[in-house]
Ligand binder design. Sequence first.
Ligand code: BTN
Length: 336
Amino acid sequence: MMGGRADGVSATTARIMELLKKPHGHYLSGQELSRHLGISRAAVWKHITALRRMGYAIEALPARGYRFSSSTCPYNALEIASGLTTKVIGRPIHFHEEVASTNEIAFTMAKESAPEGTAVVANRQSAGKGRLGRQWESPPDGGIYTSIILRPAISPREAPKLSLLAAVAVAEAVGGFLSHPPTVKWPNDLLIQGKKVAGVLAEMNAEMDRINFIVIGVGVNVNVKSGGEVFSPEVQAIATSLSAVEGVEISRVALLQALFGKVEEWYNRFLRDGFMPVREAWNRYSGMAGRRVTVRQIGAAFDGTVLGIDEDGALLVKEERGIVTRVTDGDVVVGR
Ligand code: BTN
């Protein structure tokens, strides 16, 4: 981390990028940049090289200088941090081209005292983790894979509330990019037209009566192509992506900025006003009330009708016999 910026990029590198973005197609000479920034031309070159490594297409012509081709906007920490309006979430951002799992990296960082709000973002995951020991297919270039460290002063019993809070934040952020609102399936799957577009994996480190930290991992299928060439056939059958539904590509940078903003907004609301507003928003987004479901838990399965989530975030399911069961773990399959 250099200079304490949210994106971890050196302040001079970021300033050069800002200057290159301004003249829209014109060249800026190495001499102009070096005079403006008070650094040598060799140093300017080093920063240009760093920017190119981050994915920016910067042309260099010996007689004219440097030019940024603005049709290319890469997915990196610098882009995500510029225009980020949050105070805590995504500050800082640790961006990786590829990791096994952003949750694992964030978990290790949290153990090593990374501050609340720290976010790990990757362009691809080689071993992305889903709920209940499942795998989260994380192909490059089309998805958002991020993990955010939270350190709420609440008891471990309350942790599930944060994973439902994350589902509401994801629904609102994603909903802002869609023509139709998405729905939430308990506990925190995001569906469009009945197919999954995003999921949340919350992992916790706690003592008996105190949470040390929670890692909120979010995966969103943003611009993953439909047609089965990216996802495995099993995932293709149950998942879709935002671009496949909307028919246009969606900026991962803009969506991630919106997501960090919504997580911050809902987290602050939860700390201030408790779980009630989250519960209301979750019930509104879920549309599960009155639906027939099959609840699947380790060694058990039963059918019933959903009543909603209660004040602790448990799913209330009424069985045929009239008994209402509080579901706090496992998965539900929604009937027709
Ligand atoms: C699920 O629906 O099963 C949860 C999926 C969560 C996937 C995200 S991608 C970023 C973060 N890192 C992981 O390994 N998993 C979560």
